[in-house]
Design a protein around this ligand. Structure first.
Ligand SMILES: C[S@@+](CC[C@H](N)C(=O)[O-])C[C@H]1O[C@@H](n2cnc3c(N)ncnc32)[C@H](O)[C@@H]1O
Length: 204
């Protein structure tokens, strides 16, 4: 990976391969989203190479982060070490949808969910209901809302938001880099600054 691109997107000489680079969220967005978690004990899923984990560890009082892919988790540990935050984070290996893993987690009072959008080709259609993200965003959100009402979930920009009807009251934020709508973040419970549609813009 081009080190300049990594520095520009994530802020330092972190480790990433093509996949974790593409999946990782830009530092200007991660810092913004992590502010909502200031002082909280956060469950994060999914870790990837740890770019959201770094932002959360800077704001939260405690971070537990779950990742199914050992290769991604190894990158994340190296990146947290590079950021000087390794000791602030508890890494858990496995699937967040495994009931025994979920039952064994330390207590948390908020959660940050960043499922893999798994782009598979030009005809790919993003779905929330019967979601085709990994893990499925609809099942993931329902599962975690049973543990805490304070949840943020990142979703792809091309989603048909009519599929979100019926969810508990939330703030549905569109995040833009310049004029480009890059992602949605839905905030539930105390993480919502208000309810309804909002926008966050980073100028480029
Ligand atoms: C979009 S990436 C996370 C990117 C990360 N938040 C960042 O900013 O670098 C999604 C991650 O979810 C992981 N994943 C997929 N299914 C999972 C599951 N059931 N439990 C935990 N992690 C899972 C993938 O291996 C991948 O690393």
């Amino acid at each position: 990976m081009n080190p300049d691109a990594i520095r520009e997107k994530f802020g330092d000489d972190y480790i990433a391969d093509e996949r974790t680079f593409m999946m990782g969220i830009d530092q200007r967005f991660t810092a913004h989203m992590a502010e909502r978690f200031r002082g909280r004990r956060v469950l994060e899923t999914c870790t990837g190479a740890g770019f959201t984990t770094i932002a959360l560890a800077r704001a939260a009082s405690q971070v537990i982060t779950v990742e199914i892919d050992p290769y991604h988790q190894t990158q994340a540990k190296k990146n947290l070490q590079r950021a000087g935050l390794l000791s602030s984070v508890e890494f858990v290996s496995g699937s967040i949808l495994d009931p025994s893993l979920l039952a064994g987690l330390p207590p948390f009072d908020a959660a940050f969910l960043d499922p893999d959008w798994a782009i598979t080709g030009p005809d790919h259609v993003y779905r929330f209901v019967h979601s085709n993200t990994q893990p499925p965003a609809d099942i993931l959100l329902k599962t975690i809302l049973e543990r805490t009402r304070n949840v943020a979930i990142v979703l792809p920009p091309l989603l048909d938001t009519r599929e979100l009807a019926g969810l508990p009251r939330n703030e549905c934020q569109k995040l833009y880099l310049g004029e480009s709508h890059e992602l949605y973040c839905l905030y539930f419970g105390d993480l919502a600054a208000g309810f309804g549609d909002t926008a966050f813009r980073v100028s480029v």
